[in-house]
Design a protein around this ligand. Structure first.
Ligand SMILES: Nc1ncnc2c1ncn2[C@@H]1O[C@H](COP(=O)(O)OP(=O)(O)OP(=O)(O)O)[C@@H](O)[C@H]1O
Ligand SMILES: CC(C)(CO)[C@@H](O)C(=O)NCCC(=O)O
Ligand SMILES: [K+]
Length: 245
């Protein structure tokens, strides 16, 4: 049995896996009380391996380690971006600067596709990364995520006032909230269409807002992308692979 943890900027996601079988899964914030709700005392004693992929601050990393140590004496292993894993090779000259979530998602994608592909992670930020047929990472993009886009509008202006929530649709808005939310929806569609023009390789999508990107890609008729698939556990899948080495 092993515990896999993906600590993102919004949420911490974890799974207890036995081989490839997911025994238990959860997601929470560090502040939300019982981070690992559902893992029993006996199960904690049965966990010989704990792997973590984090993109949070060093302070938050230490705090997460402290929380886990409250449950078990099993050492916590942190996994970071490396220059290569098998044939998969990182495009960054300094791999330690690339988010571990991006790297582990690429490891998961490369393992599944074994060929040219792209990963879209629509979380707090949106990242898009490409790998060529030989496993060379070609690089990527980092964009603000949906919540970050609307929050930044709220914080950076005095009179763009709107309630939290969502407005469906992409028609030109006729209230502030519509202008903001339809604008984000319109950008999401534009992003999907640009991807469909740029790429002719399978695309694996993960992250809390992944389904919105998938829907937009599925609706784009002229897309050259041969496969669009949601892989909610892609970061943990990659983390399981690097941790098993
Ligand atoms: N239960 C949820 N809690 C928080 N955000 C959610 C939830 N469900 C969907 N979302 C959406 O998911 C986004 C956050 O994505 P995700 O949960 O993948 O974040 P994350 O992994 O912490 O992000 P990142 O890896 O970019 O740091 C938010 O923009 C929000 O719109
Ligand atoms: C871009 C995010 C926030 C996406 O979760 C994360 O991968 C990160 O903090 N990356 C560090 C910068 C980089 O990847 O170049
Ligand atoms: K993520």
């Amino acid at each position: 049995m092993k515990l896999l943890v993906d600590a993102g900027n919004t949420r911490i996601k974890w799974q207890l896996r036995e081989g490839s079988e997911i025994r238990l899964a959860g997601s929470a914030t560090l502040e939300s009380g019982d981070l690992f709700e559902g893992i029993t005392r006996t199960e904690w004693q049965d966990i010989p391996s704990i792997s973590v992929s984090t993109v949070r601050s060093e302070h938050a990393r230490i705090e997460l380690e402290r929380v886990i140590k409250g449950y078990t004496a099993t050492p916590v292993r942190f996994f970071w971006t490396r220059s290569s894993f098998g044939r998969l090779t990182c495009a960054y000259e300094d791999p330690s600067a690339m988010g571990a979530d991006r790297w582990h998602a690429l490891v998961g994608a490369w393992h599944e596709i074994q060929g040219a592909c792209a990963v879209v992670d629509a979380g707090s930020a949106i990242t898009i990364d490409w790998i060529d047929a030989g496993g060379q990472h070609l690089g990527g993009y980092i964009l603000p995520g949906r919540t970050m886009m609307t929050d930044s509008l709220r914080q950076g202006t005095a009179r763009v006032l709107f309630d939290a929530g969502q407005a469906e649709g992409i028609s030109p808005g006729q209230t502030t909230a519509e202008c903001v939310f339809h604008g984000v929806n319109w950008l999401t569609r534009a992003l999907a269409e640009q991807l469909g023009r740029d790429l002719a390789v399978p695309v694996l999508i993960t992250g809390g807002d992944g389904s919105l990107i998938k829907t937009a890609l599925d609706n784009y008729q002229d897309s050259r992308i041969p496969l669009v698939a949601l892989r909610p556990d892609l970061v943990l899948d990659g983390l399981a692979l690097v941790g098993a080495e």
